[in-house]
Design a binder for this molecule. Structure first.
Ligand code: ZN
Length: 498
């Protein structure tokens, strides 16, 4: 693995302007595949969800999935795109073992949606990202390389192919070059993918889980000499599978390009692999702009010509505009600009919203997602949405605090248990025996013990120095492993030493 030299980030910015480009693949949640009736669910018995069409057998005829076209149009409209009055599918010819037809049915010069934009919030500023196109295509199958140490083909004894995923509908959303982001380029890239995901979730067209591969980002980056107004040679880092990795990959490529360019070298136009564990990219394959995929219109499918009436009808089904939604939520929740900026920056807007819908107050929802859970997501190197806890769980944890079943400290242990897969918050409380004890019998015994072990403190309290009770409360808490009802303990101490 070639661990490249990197330029300090500030030095990169002094000498270069970054240009970003993002290609995001969204796997649709339709019931069936893009061109056949096979189930569009990946997983299960390998190759069970296949038929002659998605296996590319001779003579098999594809039929377009109407629901997938509907989802594509809704995504296009939500991204402020124009919707084609007439467009076709095209064959993108290349060989790859997990692509049974030896071509991918995609769209080429006639995408279903084009010329759109999305406004992205970064640190309280709005950044407009222009969308070049959103087009329909199909997913490939999946290769499994067996016997090697890394799971990659190199060093493997043999490979297996599962075609269950082949033909699942994808929408590829491509931005225009994003210029002028400067030092914030990594954050803009992350915010774009994160806020695009929220839009996709609001549309209800995909599960949009990055860790499950429902949403996959390819990150293009190039540098040009500062102020030159030109575009440099780009690299494309493939399949970056979390928001934080998008940010890290952009930063890494900026620092790597800068060293090469300032040494008088040139950037090789290529795809690169992102390595989550080491936080670096490595060379993939060389890629020219004029790669010859021998595109031609798909002869087995009729053109797609959505009527204007249908497009208008779909426009009426769009979720609230994201900018309006953020403003409305901020008002409803009573968040300050800073609270809101932090919530959006953490990719927690939807999570906080769902936690509130499940019964928590806005303040409590924000406290957990931006506090304890943000800490855990940083520690584990995963996005908040990928933590193994649901908004409903978080709301339940807060409810357990509110009804005094647990205190704040114990609540953190409940969260730890949920994240560790020990069950729901209630199951963790029962399983770990975490409930706060407020029963006078059990508390009284612990209080008596603390008094007898700390006679000096007890005397002070008898003399009216009630502030000294803190030391005894601490002793009782320690004795009861943090599970005593502190307020009741204090009352008992003062009663006993009155
Ligand atoms: Zn099929």
């Amino acid at each position: 693995m070639n661990d490249a030299a990197l330029m300090p980030y500030d030095d990169v910015l002094a000498a270069f302007d970054p240009a970003l480009g993002l290609e995001v693949h969204v796997e649709l949640n339709t019931a069936s595949k893009m061109f056949c009736g096979c189930p569009a669910t990946f997983g299960g018995e390998p190759n069970a969800g296949t038929c002659p069409t998605c296996l590319g057998l001779p003579g098999a005829m594809p039929v377009v999935n109407g629901k997938a076209v509907e989802s594509a149009i809704r995504i296009g409209l939500a991204l402020n795109c124009d919707i084609a009055e007439w467009c076709r599918f095209a064959r993108k010819n290349y060989f790859y073992p997990d692509m049974p037809k030896n071509f991918q049915t995609s769209q080429y010069d006639e995408p279903i949606a084009f010329d759109g934009w999305m406004d992205v919030d970064v640190d309280g500023e709005t950044f407009r990202v222009e969308i070049e196109r959103a087009h329909m295509e199909e997913d490939t199958g999946k290769s499994l390389h067996v016997g090697g140490a890394t799971g990659r083909i190199h060093g493997a004894d043999y490979s297996l192919v599962d075609y269950n995923r082949a033909g699942i509908p994808l929408i590829e959303i491509v931005t225009r070059p994003i210029l002028g982001a400067g030092e914030k380029a990594p954050e803009v890239a992350k915010a774009y993918v994160s806020q695009l995901r929220e839009l996709i979730v609001a549309l209800g067209v995909s599960e949009a889980r990055m860790d499950q591969g429902n949403l996959r980002a390819d990150v293009n980056l190039s540098l040009s000499p500062k102020g030159s107004g030109t575009l440099g040679t780009r690299t494309e880092t493939k399949n970056v599978n979390s928001f934080r990795s998008v940010e890290r990959a952009v930063r890494y490529e900026m620092q790597r390009h800068a060293v090469i360019l300032s040494d008088g070298g040139s950037i090789l136009q290529e795809t690169r692999h992102w390595h989550e564990d080491t936080g670096i990219t490595t060379s993939g394959r060389e890629k020219s702009d004029a790669e010859d995929y021998r595109y031609f219109p798909e002869p087995d499918l009729v053109p797609v010509a959505p009527s204007r009436e249908w497009v208008d009808e779909l426009r009426g089904t769009l979720p609230e505009n994201p900018t309006a939604r953020r403003a409305r939520l901020q008002e409803e929740w009573g968040f300050s600009d800073l609270d809101m900026r932090d919530t959006i920056g953490a990719g927690a807007l939807g999570l906080v919203e769902e936690t509130i819908a499940a019964g928590a107050t806005p303040q409590a929802a924000r406290k957990w997602w931006l506090g304890e859970l943000a800490r855990r997501s940083n520690e584990d190197g995963v996005d908040l949405v990928d933590l193994a806890i649901t908004p409903a769980d978080v709301a339940r944890v807060q409810a357990l605090v509110d009804d005094k079943t647990v205190n704040d400290k114990l609540a953190r242990q409940v969260i730890e248990g949920v994240l560790a897969g020990e069950g729901t918050p209630d199951e963790v409380v029962a399983g770990r025996g975490l409930a706060v004890v407020s029963d006078d019998g059990a508390l009284g015994a612990a209080v008596d013990k603390a008094i007898s072990e700390n006679p000096d403190v007890a005397d002070k309290i008898r003399d009216g120095k009630h502030a000294a009770a803190g030391a005894l409360i601490g002793a009782v808490m320690k004795e009861m492993r943090g599970q005593a009802d502190a307020a009741r303990v204090r009352e008992l101490i003062l009663e006993k030493l009155a």
